[in-house]
Design a protein around this ligand. Structure first.
Ligand code: CTP
Ligand code: MG
Length: 379
């Protein structure tokens, strides 16, 4: 049994203004739709994602293998219905629960999504909401005409979670224009559990909401720094591998793999930033399959892990410590090599070197040491 998410993005965003519907607006460097999708992609409980788009917008969203596109309806409820019918049309996927979310709530966090999914293990339907705390007035022509008791009033949010079969049947039976899917569920007699929503989970509706959402998203940013250190001993050979570049030398570096001390330190910096152990844990030296391995395999594993956890690499800095070979003439090539492996511009990659003034093991020419730092950013 698995859980699907339906993200509704087929509205026209008329109240938010601007030529383009609000889901396509840029917010802190990314489109509203991308923020919302990435929160769901990062949530382990979500197995399948449907994005419901307006027929005029189908060309705007580039196909993404992890996301199924469904065409929306005239109303929000029509769009939900199309998403639900698309799920029901593929019973082999074994989806029994569904979370329905407005794309316009772009500040949604994986944490809140997971809480709604979790609530469905003990409730048939669940949705986040916040109790109304402001006083409520009735008004006419800009004048207060009365007050309204706020006891028991809640501000509803999404994602709203249901059993797929139940909410589909409820939507098929519903007539009229519901405010949300909880209204449809209740009309079918389903009990809906309320879990605490979040003030940050705001819905972009009016033009000023973009600035509020941007503030929340920038505040959620997660920045991580990792460091790595490695040493390899000189042995026989005619070159050393450093940062993926063969550098001619009168000796080689010894090691289980190709002994690329620069790539090893950098790989450990990435694992370190993620708090995911070190290279020896992921590629045990006792395992014969890594004997003589090219070290870009290790780095690529760490880079993929960074991306899977939703981080971008912001910059890396590698320092090689040796008297010889001289690194300067090869540093440009090393940066280009790292640029390819990290999928990162060279202006964010530093490779530098120092001698240790003939002191210590590097000074005596017994081996090469490398240090690296990496900064990761999750927007
Ligand atoms: N929605 C949808 N299909 C529709 C209408 C709305 O998928 N026919 C979606 C919107 O994309 C939005 C959510 O339902 O994510 C909530 O609707 P709302 O905030 O009202 O967005 P819009 O309808 O786009 O905005 P407006 O009402 O200002 O035009
Ligand atoms: Mg609307």
């Amino acid at each position: 049994m698995s859980i699907a998410a339906i993200i509704l993005a087929a509205g026209r965003g008329t109240r938010a203004g601007g030529g383009l519907a609000k889901q396509w607006h840029l917010l802190a460097g990314r489109r509203v739709v991308d923020w919302t999708l990435s929160a769901f992609e990062m949530t382990a409980q979500i197995d399948h994602i449907i994005l419901v788009l307006h027929p005029d917008d189908l060309h705007i969203f580039s196909p993404n293998p992890g996301i199924e596109i469904v065409t929306g309806g005239e109303t929000r409820a029509g769009s939900v219905r199309n998403g639900l019918e698309a799920l029901a049309a593929r019973p082999e996927r074994d989806i029994d629960k569904v979370l329905i979310h407005d794309v316009a709530r772009a500040c949604i966090t994986p944490d809140l999504i997971a809480q709604v999914a979790q609530a469905l293990s003990t409730h048939m339907a669940a949705a986040p909401a916040l109790p109304v705390t402001d006083a409520l007035w009735t008004a006419s022509d800009g004048r207060v005409t009365g007050t309204q008791d706020r006891t028991g009033l809640y501000r509803a949010q999404t994602p709203q979670g249901f059993r797929l079969a139940q909410i589909l049947a409820a939507h098929r039976a519903f007539e009229g224009d519901p405010a949300d899917d909880v209204e449809v569920a209740r009309a079918a007699g389903l009990a809906v559990h309320i879990l605490p929503g979040s003030e940050d989970n705001l819905k972009i509706t009016m033009p000023e909401d973009f600035a509020r959402a941007e503030k929340v998203l920038r505040g959620n940013m997660d920045i991580r720094v990792g460091s790595g250190y490695d040493v390899h001993r000189f042995g026989t050979g005619d070159h050393v591998m450093l940062c993926g570049v063969p550098v001619p030398h009168t000796r080689g570096l010894q090691g289980h793999s190709d002994a690329d001390v620069g790539l090893h330190a950098l790989t450990d910096a990435l694992y370190g930033a993620l708090a995911e152990g070190d290279i020896g844990q992921h590629f045990p030296p006792s395992d014969p399959q890594w004997k003589g391995a090219e070290s870009h395999v290790f780095l690529t594993h760490a880079v993929n892990m960074v991306r899977e956890k939703g981080y971008d690499i912001s910059n890396v800095d590698v320092t090689l410590v040796c008297e010889y070979p001289k690194i300067g003439p090869h540093a440009g090539k090393m940066r280009a090599s790292l640029s390819g492996l990290l999928h990162l511009g060279e202006n964010r990659i530093s490779v530098k070197a120092t001698t240790s003034e003939r002191l210590g093991f590097t000074g005596r020419g017994e081996g090469i040491a490398a240090m690296a730092t990496a900064t990761l950013v999750r927007p």
